[in-house]
Design a protein around this ligand. Structure first.
Ligand code: ATP
Length: 364
């Protein structure tokens, strides 16, 4: 096992900066997901850890060892890409054994490891099949096995499940987690799919435009997004953000949402944090799952524009223009487009963000 430290890591391609001064500690044996939209710099970061790209600035340390002069082959990393790299003229067994054979491992030990990895990845019944005849799903499973069998201290996976089908992806999420537990490797997993990151990772590093936005456990980034980008990006749908101004009312501090009216009084801790931050314009934010909805009563009245039903799940689309929100329920709430709904956010999970900086200014 090995810890990875990225210190002030920068990558420029000509005039373009793909990664800006990234500091990140990936702990020994940790499963860290690098999560962000396409082009945010995830693969660039990964390629530098692997030694495929040199940093423009900054350092990469494995434990205390600076990797600057250590070539890829000597870094002790296993790497799996989106596109499996398998020798199609070999059988599954030969593919799995290949790396161990190259390292001169005794036959008996190779057989033992091949058996164990095949078992773990449910490849046992396929061991003597020619790889050329396998499905994409199985080929990717084999590619993971072929890298894992070397038992690298660090295992890097770059979107390994993006080409496999949805059902198989769900199975592989569990298997990869088991694999990491079995080998106790430090695992870095690049993905743009938050479900993968949320279900598998110990911690998630959320990135956007070459900037690390937040590092935290899946629940931390979900419950306490550091900024507006993370609030919108994490969650499906992401958080609702309504722009307003902090104001006083006879019931206490509220957010004046203009045409939508004022919010209920803010929880004390949130109001105090907002005052300390000196924020004026803010985003009043709440999760679509943390809303109660009614036809009348106290709350924010918004027109229902669309009701989406996905099995038992209902997503109610509310509002128009800049004042829109989504509300998610596990049942049919009996509302239709054209009606007006009155919504109230669960005040314990309401968050505020400074509209000027985009940064979180406190939590309830
Ligand atoms: P994706 O999921 O689409 O691969 P990513 O987050 O992994 O996205 P990177 O592949 O790291 O993103 O790319 C980050 C940015 O750097 C992108 O804008 C990309 O076009 C640019 N980039 C990557 N490699 C090079 C290169 N060799 N030369 C020039 N620009 C590059």
């Amino acid at each position: 096992m090995t810890a990875i430290h990225l210190e002030g890591l920068v990558k420029r391609f000509g005039d373009f900066t793909a990664l800006r001064a990234m500091d990140l500690e990936i702990r020994d044996g940790e499963f860290m997901a690098l999560l962000g939209p396409s082009g945010c710099g995830k693969s660039t970061t990964m390629n530098m850890i692997a030694g495929m790209e040199a940093p423009t600035q900054g350092r990469i340390l494995f434990d205390d060892r600076d990797m600057a002069s250590v070539p890829m082959g000597q870094r002790g990393v296993g790497f799996v890409f989106q596109n499996y790299a398998i020798f199609t003229h070999m059988t599954v067994r030969q593919n799995l054994a290949y790396g161990l054979k190259m390292r001169g491992m005794p036959r008996a030990e190779i057989d033992k490891r091949v058996g164990a990895v095949a078992e773990l990845l449910q490849l046992t019944s396929l061991l003597d099949r020619p790889s050329a005849k396998l499905s994409v799903n199985i080929l990717q499973r084999l590619a993971i096995g072929r890298s894992a069998i070397i038992e690298p201290a660090i295992f890097l996976l770059d979107e390994p499940l993006s080409n496999v089908d949805a059902a198989f992806r769900a199975v592989m999420r569990t298997e990869l987690r088991h694999l990491q537990h079995a080998f106790r490797q430090t695992m870095v997993y690049v993905t743009h799919d938050q479900l993968e990151a949320m279900t598998m990772a110990d911690r998630i590093a959320v990135m956007d435009h070459g900037v690390l936005q937040q590092v935290g456990t899946p629940l931390e980034v979900y419950n306490n997004p550091a900024n507006v980008f993370v609030a919108r990006f994490i969650g499906s749908p992401g958080m609702n953000l309504l722009k307003g101004r902090l104001a006083d009312s006879d019931r206490g501090p509220v957010v004046d949402l203009g045409q939508l009216g004022a919010t209920p009084p803010l929880p004390d801790a949130l109001a105090a944090a907002a005052r300390t931050a000196g924020a004026e314009e803010v985003f009043y934010c709440f999760r679509p799952e943390e809303i109660s909805i009614a036809r009348e009563g106290r709350g924010l009245a918004m027109p229902v524009t669309f009701v989406e039903r996905i099995g038992a799940r209902t997503i109610v689309h509310l509002g128009e223009g800049e004042e829109t929100a989504k509300a998610v329920f596990d049942n049919d709430v009996g509302l239709s487009a054209g009606e007006t709904a009155v919504i109230s956010a669960n005040e314990e999970t309401v968050r505020l963000f400074d509209a000027a900086s985009g940064q979180a200014i406190g939590s309830a």
